[in-house]
Ligand binder design. Structure first.
Ligand code: GLY
Length: 441
């Protein structure tokens, strides 16, 4: 099987490693992979070919696919999906893993997602939208109206940019001033603002393969979104994750599938935009049970890195079945026992204006010790061929073990062997779970 992956982050690197383990995958093409995707993984016979493309250009992606003639195209990030790159590739006759534009709106527009959830009877936060001034300059709501809306929420405010901001457009704060400031920032760039009531309870990321009404969950994971230990500091794209969740009740995944993912998949079919690809349900499990914080239309980062590390079912065949409408015929998924965890190394000054160009030392040593344990995100090579940082989140190190404590130990030991000036990482990824400090209300 020849596979084309579109995307350049750690998620795409993890997808590449997963696909390379599938004996049916012989050739992987990646546009626009980072420095981690230059070589095929150790001990793998696949060939890896790198390309560059404008990921959100429908014609550019179709031209690249026409050149490569892949059996499967896997679209990693949300931006191309929301732009309809999946539709264009499907129209050109390719099998695509990733939803069409209409279905990708589940992430692209929070208002659309709320509407679908309402129709499907899925629990989610109460929300209100504040529109920006329109293109003709007709002004949006007055300051007084904005303040009134703000006062209908709190004491914890969740203020979201109702566009695409890869998790960074969300401010969760108990400071009314900060909430108001973010509302005004988002309106100033011409995006609507979504204000939400705060959902309490531990968070679960449940990724499901969805093919029409067929929903197949992967193992549940938990992300750590804040930059500092103890969930302090600003939100990031994710500083680490672990899977599965030892504190989730035995029927937890089934409940999320039955109360959230299946009703949504059914509603999408009913609306004429059936979902095909990965549906990421971001859940807060409160007193009332699982409620949706957000949906994403693609694999999440960094959870994917931990989840795929434990998947035994051949990934290429699974994604291909989803793309070709035969997911329902697949045997149950197989997983390694134990746990996996990914700890992210971020650049100095992330998430504000991360420093770039810092030398990263130790990657090869760690990779030699545990092949596949370093997932590149924002990496590149300098003129001497040495690894340097090239983004906010630079890389993630994956550890596995018979349980979460052992997986943590491996990940942190390996991470300790990687050096980068100004590097930031959290020391408490998965720690509360190991200590038994998480429980659902
Ligand atoms: N885990 C956060 C995201 O992928 O958006």
């Amino acid at each position: 099987m020849r596979v084309l992956i579109i995307g350049s982050g750690a998620r795409e690197h993890a997808l590449l490693l997963g696909l390379a383990r599938d004996p049916q995958v012989t050739e992987i093409h990646i546009a626009n992979g980072n420095a981690g995707t230059e070589q095929p993984p150790r001990d793998s016979s696949v060939t890896v070919h790198r390309h560059s493309v404008n990921e959100t250009s429908r014609s550019g992606c179709v031209a690249l696919a026409n050149e490569i003639k892949p059996d499967l195209v896997v679209i990693g990030p949300e931006a191309p999906l929301v732009k309809g790159v999946g539709d264009a590739l499907r129209d050109a006759g390719f099998a695509v893993f990733g939803p069409n534009k209409g279905a990708a709106l589940i992430e692209g527009s929070k208002a659309f997602a709320k509407d679908v959830m309402k129709a499907a009877g899925v629990r989610t936060a109460h929300a209100e939208i504040i529109p920006p001034s329109d293109e003709e300059g007709v002004s949006g709501p007055s300051d007084a109206v904005i303040e009134e809306v703000i006062d209908r929420f709190g004491p914890t405010w969740v203020v979201k940019d109702d566009g695409l901001a890869a998790g960074k457009g969300v401010v969760v704060t108990t400071d009314r001033k900060k909430a108001l400031q973010h509302v005004n920032e988002v309106l100033a760039i011409g995006h609507p603002v979504l204000l939400e009531s705060f959902l309490d309870g531990p968070e679960v990321s449940l990724f499901c393969l969805v093919d029409g009404e067929t929903v197949v969950p992967l193992i549940p994971a938990q992300d750590h979104k804040r930059i500092f230990d103890n969930d302090e500091g600003p939100n990031t794209g994710g500083m680490g994750a672990y899977a599965p969740l030892p504190w989730l009740p035995e029927d937890g995944v089934d409940r999320i599938v039955n109360e959230v993912c299946k009703p949504v998949a059914k509603e999408m079919v009913k609306r004429g935009c059936p979902y095909s690809g990965l549906l990421y349900a971001g859940i807060a499990w409160g007193k009332e049970g699982p409620a949706v914080v957000e949906f994403n239309c693609r694999f999440g980062d960094p959870e994917t890195q931990a989840i795929l590390a434990l998947l035994k079912t051949p990934l290429g065949q699974l994604l291909s079945a989803t793309a070709n409408g035969t997911l329902a015929e697949q045997p149950p998924l197989e997983w390694e026992d134990g746990a996996a965890i990914v700890v992210v190394l971020a650049a100095e000054n992330y998430p504000a204006e991360p420093t770039k160009g810092d030398r990263i030392r130790g990657i090869d040593k760690v990779e030699k010790e545990v092949p596949g344990s370093v997932l590149h995100a924002g990496t590149a090579r300098n003129e001497k061929g040495k690894y340097i940082s090239a983004g906010g989140r630079v890389l993630g190190v994956v550890g596995k073990g018979k349980d979460l404590a052992e997986a943590r130990e491996q990940a942190y030991t390996l991470l300790g062997k990687i050096e980068m000036r100004g590097g930031q990482s959290r020391s408490d990824i998965g720690l509360k779970a190991v200590r038994g400090e998480i429980s659902i209300p």
